[in-house]
Structures are given as structure tokens and as C-alpha cells.
Ligand binder design. Structure first.
Ligand code: ZN
Length: 434
């Protein structure tokens, strides 16, 4: 396998430190060495000229439902229950493995073009989603969503548990597709189902990915049913562990903040979705002060409506400044750390930064476009000015997924044609024209 040598550009190192005039060598899918100054390539090297642009670790989307790209823009500006009952649930009733395949591939194209190299996916027909993700070359933690009601995929909940165990056994050890356990939430999963899911996560030492404390109605419902707020309820059941990836965590009281930190619970923060659905604002600066591993997510396209991590970074940074009335809160450097937070997915030994021995999950960001000029601070430019259009090249595990803005692993036109066919069926299912 030829080695790849990036040279003549900036490298984004941990804690948003920038090494100008840098080079980086990739060998066997991993970062083999990096440094600054002149470097002489070997005759067999693939040389990538950075041309003053920036090489950074790929962005990590800590919470999404990839195939929900199919429902992008289907129903906006609606109250949650109207949105769910009259649009999302009728559309999802028709869900098939075929839909999940094309929806996931559309998501992968969007993420590759947006500089995302790793994502946490929670959805149905997850074997199909995993296969599509594998074909795209992206890295992902992937699991089938479990809940008490019958699933269009596996039927009864017991089948879901069995499916999850088989799924983990099938995909365990894969270099880029990491199987995990997913359960929907404390209001859609019985304590028995949550504990059974947690047992599987413990047995295989994988993440248990769950929606937690997204909005006030959920907190009230769980408190009434179980006598404890969602995170406290999970702690009572023995689920507040370092394996728990809790998406949202918008409504935590002080005791729950403490439980989160003390048990090293991971948090996926979804600022755009939380604002759009008027769920509230997670206390992210405080979670960070307590040392909690927080990552950034987009959530699904039905509530965002994109998978753009640049947009998510900017929203997070400006939202938390306003929320705590402090312009120094959530700096660009901190925001970048959140957007590459591999620890949140328990992948810190594999990806998330430029460091020797980690996977070559790398993105070249073009700093030559008008929105990136002039540049006084690379980190600030990435968080406040960059868009997916600035992503020039993407590599995962040493393999090219995007080169000079061309997607190499997926036939984009085939994806778009199939998505249009599915969209026509969805229009008919919910009685909506163009
Ligand atoms: Zn979600």
C-alpha cells in the first residue's frame, strides 16, 4: 500500500493548536508521523499538496438518524406531536430496508461532503444502514433502536434484543463500522427493556446510546411514572455508566449533573434540533467544567434539517454565549474539541485527533475561498466562517472518500434517483404535494 504524504499546509493539532507549514505521513491507514518544515517524499509516496490549506481530524457527529434524510423538509414549523403523529409516523410506517439503504447513502454523501468522518447512528433496519455505511467508507457507531412497541423491522421487543446481540457479533472487530446497543428513551422503553439492553452493552463492552431528558414533557412523564427524572431513573436502574451515550440531556437538575460527571456518562449535544423543536438549552459549559465528555450532534434531518457539522459548531458556540450572557463562553477552540470528541463515542484510541498511531481520518479544508479570507485565526475561521463547501478532501482509515470535491465511494446520481422515487411514495403517504 503506497504511503500518503500531505505537505505545505497547516495541521490542526489537539486543543486547536495549529502547526503552520506542516506535513503528515499516512501508512497502513494510520497517522505514521507529522512535523513542520520541508520534507522530501519517497519515490513511491502519494504526495498531496495542501497549498496553504488546513489538514484537520474529521468531524464527529455524535448523534443522528442517518436515513431520516428521506424526511428532510417533510414537516417543519409544527408542534412536536402534530409533527410526529401526522407526518413522521405515517411516513415511517412504510419504512423498508430499501428506504434505509438509500436514506443512509444520501446521509453519507452529505456527511462526506461536509467533512464528517465519524457518526453515531440510531435507526431501524440497522444491518442495512451498516452495510451502506461500510460501502461509503465512513466510520460509525451503529445500533438498532429498541422500544416497547412493535418495530417495522424486528416486530416484538424480545426480537430486537436478539437482533442486537446477533448484530454485534456480526460486526464486532470491523475497522470502521462499530456495532453498539441503542434504545430509544426512558419514556418508550420499560425498565426491563432498558436493563436487558444495558446487559448486552456490558457483555460486549460497547456503548448504550439513548435519548435522555430532551424536553420538559418527557421529564414530567418519566417523573410521574417512575418517581424520578430521566437521568436519575437511569441511575436507579444501574444504567448511568461510562458506556452510556445520552443524547440531548437538556433538562438536568444539579443532582443529575453530578451523577453524569461522577459516572462518566457521555453526552451528545444537538443544539440545532433542540432549538428547532423548542426543547431548551443544555447546560454545556457547566457540563464541560465538570469534566463531562460532550460531543456535538446534528440529530436527524427531520428536525435539523441537515447533517452539517460546521453549522452545528457555529450554532453551539453562539447559543451558549447568549445562554450564559458571556461572549467568552464556548470558544472556537473548545467548540472544535467538541466537534471531534471521540471520547464521547469511546473511540478516543482510534480517532478524533492528529496523533501518531491514530487512524488517518482526515479532512482538508480549503482556505482560499472568499469566506475564509483574510485569516487571522484558523480555529475561529473553522467555527464561525467555514461551510461544507470548504471541504476539499476526506480520508477515513487511510482511504480516500472525497478527492478534489469528488465523492469516490458512492455513485451520487444513483442515490439521488432512488431517493426521488422514495420521496414520491412519502408524498403520497402523508398527502403532500411539492
Ligand atoms: Zn435523536
Amino acid at each position: 500500500m503506497p504511503e500518503t504524504l500531505f505537505r505545505n499546509g497547516a495541521l490542526l493539532l489537539p486543543d486547536a493548536a495549529v502547526l503552520e507549514n506542516g506535513w503528515l505521513r499516512v501508512r497502513d491507514g494510520k497517522i505514521a508521523a507529522y512535523g513542520a518544515g520541508a520534507v522530501v517524499p519517497a519515490a513511491t509516496d502519494e504526495v498531496v499538496e495542501l497549498g496553504g490549506n488546513l489538514l484537520m481530524p474529521g468531524l464527529i457527529n455524535a448523534h443522528t438518524h442517518a436515513a431520516m434524510t428521506l424526511f428532510r423538509g417533510l414537516a417543519d414549523d409544527l408542534p412536536l406531536m402534530d409533527w410526529l403523529n401526522n407526518y413522521i409516523f405515517p411516513a415511517e410506517k412504510n419504512l423498508t430496508a430499501e428506504w434505509v439503504k438509500w436514506g443512509t447513502l444520501l446521509a453519507c454523501v452529505e456527511m462526506i461532503r461536509g467533512g464528517t468522518t465519524t457518526f453515531a447512528d440510531m435507526y431501524l433496519f440497522i444491518d442495512t444502514a451498516a452495510t451502506a455505511t461500510e460501502a461509503s467508507g465512513l466510520r460509525a457507531v451503529v445500533g438498532e433502536v429498541l422500544y416497547d412497541f412493535p418495530s417495522p423491522h424486528y416486530g416484538a421487543a424480545e426480537n430486537g434484543l436478539k437482533f442486537t446481540r446477533d448484530f454485534i457479533q456480526r460486526w464486532r472487530g470491523h475497522p470502521t463500522v462499530h456495532p453498539v446497543v441503542n434504545a430509544h428513551s426512558t419514556y418508550t422503553c420499560s425498565p426491563a427493556l432498558l436493563q436487558a439492553a444495558n446487559e448486552i452493552a456490558a457483555e460486549y463492552d460497547v456503548l448504550l446510546h439513548l435519548h435522555v431528558a430532551e424536553n420538559e414533557a418527557e421529564v414530567a412523564q418519566v417523573a410521574e411514572r417512575y418517581g424520578a427524572r430521566p437521568l436519575k431513573h437511569l441511575a436507579n436502574l444501574g444504567l448511568a455508566t461510562p458506556r452510556l451515550l445520552a443524547a440531548h440531556m437538556v433538562h438536568l437538575d444539579d443532582e443529575e449533573m453530578e451523577l453524569t460527571a461522577a459516572n462518566d456518562v457521555k453526552v451528545a449535544h444537538n443544539p440545532v434540533s433542540n432549538l428547532k423543536l423548542v426543547s431548551g438549552v443544555a447546560r454545556v459549559p457547566e457540563l464541560l467544567r465538570r469534566g463531562v465528555a460532550v460531543g456535538l450532534g446534528t440529530d436527524g434531518c427531520a428536525s435539523n434539517n441537515n447533517l452539517d457539522m460546521f453549522n452545528t459548531m457555529k450554532t453551539a458556540a453562539v447559543l451558549h454565549k447568549w445562554d450564559v450572557r458571556d461572549a467568552t463562553a464556548l470558544s472556537a477552540a473548545q467548540t472544535l474539541t467538541l466537534a471531534t470528541a471521540a471520547r464521547c463515542l469511546r473511540l478516543e484510541k482510534i480517532t478524533g485527533k492528529i496523533a501518531v498511531g491514530l487512524a488517518a481520518d482526515l479532512v482538508v479544508v480549503d482556505f482560499s475561498t472568499p469566506n475564509m479570507r483574510p485569516c487571522y485565526d484558523r480555529a475561529a475561521q473553522l467555527v464561525y466562517a467555514a461551510t461544507p463547501h470548504n471541504v476539499r478532501d476526506v480520508m477515513v482509515h487511510g482511504k480516500w472518500l472525497l478527492r478534489d470535491r469528488r465523492v469516490l465511494t458512492i455513485d451520487e446520481n444513483e442515490v439521488y434517483a432512488n431517493v426521488e422515487i422514495i420521496a414520491e411514495k412519502i408524498r403520497r403517504a402523508v398527502g403532500r404535494g411539492n
